[in-house]
Ligand binder design. Structure first.
Ligand code: ZN
Length: 160
């Protein structure tokens, strides 16, 4: 695929998958959640077919994330069996914005998608998807799924 950062990228990431990431982030809080994105790359299109959560084995999971190496391997094999590839990773910022932190910038894998679930200006979870090439981070997608989730949670509470 072309690595020309000027090429506009098209990201396919279904709403159910976006909502799943927000759900996992919410469930893991106050710790960070993390996992991988499975899909296909047909530049300039990236098609995310599935998302998976793994164990966060960071020493302080409320401040950082480190995907368990066994989970990383298992998900890589799962993707291969399904004819897919690992196209990126995701993690959450339980308290901060959905933007890459200094640590994220230092540890991110070049060419991967980096999806981050964090807080928007109203304190709701939102999903933002980034790509890094060298020092350059570009935002590929931003989801408003948080407000949709918020509405559903309200109705869930009313049902109980
Ligand atoms: Zn981060």
């Amino acid at each position: 695929m072309s690595l020309d950062s000027n090429t506009p990228e098209k990201l396919d990431l279904a709403r159910e998958l976006r909502e799943q990431l927000v759900e996992w982030a919410r469930a893991a809080a106050p710790n960070e959640a993390c996992g991988l994105l499975l899909g296909r790359v047909e530049a300039p299109r990236v098609d995310v077919r599935d998302v998976r959560a793994g164990r966060n084995v960071a020493r302080d999971p409320a401040q950082a994330f480190e995907l368990h190496p066994e989970d990383h391997l298992a998900l890589t094999l799962e993707a291969e069996r399904a004819g897919l590839a690992i196209v990126g990773a995701w993690h959450s910022h339980p308290r901060g914005p959905a933007r890459p932190s200094a640590t994220d910038r230092a540890s991110a894998w070049d060419g991967w998608l980096h999806a981050i679930v964090g807080r928007d200006t109203r304190g709701e979870f939102e999903l933002r998807v980034w790509r890094v090439r060298g020092e350059a981070w570009t935002e590929t997608a931003r989801s408003t799924a948080a407000s949709e989730r918020g509405a559903r949670e309200t109705s869930d509470r009313n049902d109980q």
